[in-house]
Design a protein around this ligand. Structure first.
Ligand code: HCB
Length: 215
């Protein structure tokens, strides 16, 4: 039953059926599925399929746009649930997050933000296409101990490195842990640019964030 809903949800993202995706998301919640299961096993696989189709010329920009809208629509139902289920007795840390300059992919970054908030972090989400200096200014202003950098394009991953260099130049690096993520980002890249860690998904980002600020 739950596998069936999740498979239909994946298909609704691939087909960009926004109303169906919302209906299925509501049904999945009613059926007792965890919001993260709905995201990881229902919605995100659909986004991957659309991305793969795009890569091999079977889908085009409008398909990416519509798939993005479909997932965002479903996320509107899931975000409050994720927050409601959180245990936020103590503040875990202060995080500044954003998608780096030149990159407008927002869904994964926003999901990381929702999950960090739900896990007790004070989150300052700078949005997408964020200049290097904006990360530095916000980290300084808020006294952040964590910066989360999202990059979905191989061409924008390099900006993650620039943010780390700017943190060093500004004397903030010793105080601020940096985690990186996004579809093309891997652990080896994180190591190469001197980030403190890499997370594959939002759940991993929360685990990593907690470990980094506790260290
Ligand atoms: Co876009 N796009 N796109 N796109 N896009 C990708 C990313 C490709 C991989 C598709 C492909 O070719 N297979 C590809 C990038 C190839 C590459 O460079 N390696 C690509 C391309 C090429 C482009 C354009 C250049 C297309 C063009 O114009 N010719 C263009 C670039 C625009 C720009 O940014 N300047 C473009 C545009 C778009 C949109 C705007 C149409 C749309 C985004 C809409 C939106 O965000 N509102 C879009 C979409 C939807 C995608 C795919 C299909 C889905 C991305 C997504 O939302 N995934 C994507 C295919 C794919 O990713 N496989 C495709 C779902 C979320 C939940 O996953 O990986 O973003 P996530 O985030 C995870 C994870 O990475 C991690 O946790 C998140 C939650 O689990 N994480 C972090 C993310 N950030 C983190 C930060 C941390 O600190 C820690 C963990």
């Amino acid at each position: 039953m739950s596998d069936d809903i999740l498979a239909q949800l994946t298909e609704s993202v691939v087909q960009a059926r926004q109303d169906t995706a919302r209906e299925l998301t509501a049904r999945a919640l009613q059926a007792g599925l965890e919001p993260l299961t709905i995201i990881d096993r229902g919605l995100t696989p659909g986004m991957r399929i659309v991305g793969d189709k795009f890569a091999c010329g079977e889908a085009f920009i409008p398909h990416l746009v519509m798939a993005g809208r479909t997932m965002k629509g479903a996320m509107e139902l899931l975000a409050p649930e994720l927050k409601r289920r959180s245990q936020t007795a103590t503040r875990a840390g202060v995080a500044v997050i954003g998608t780096v300059k030149g990159d407008i992919h927002e869904i994964g970054k926003s999901l990381v933000g929702i999950m960090l908030t739900a896990s007790g972090f004070e989150v300052h989400d700078l949005g997408v296409d964020v200049p290097v200096e904006a990360f530095i200014a916000k980290a300084r202003e808020t006294g952040a101990n964590l910066v989360g950098l999202s990059a979905l394009l191989t061409t924008t991953m390099v900006v993650q490195r620039r943010v780390i260099e700017a943190l060093e130049k500004d004397g903030l690096r010793a105080k601020v842990r940096v985690m990186v993520g996004g579809a093309p980002v891997k652990a080896a890249w994180a190591e190469e640019i001197g980030a403190d860690g890499y997370a594959e998904d939002a759940n991993g980002a929360v685990d990593l964030a907690k470990r980094l600020v506790a260290a």
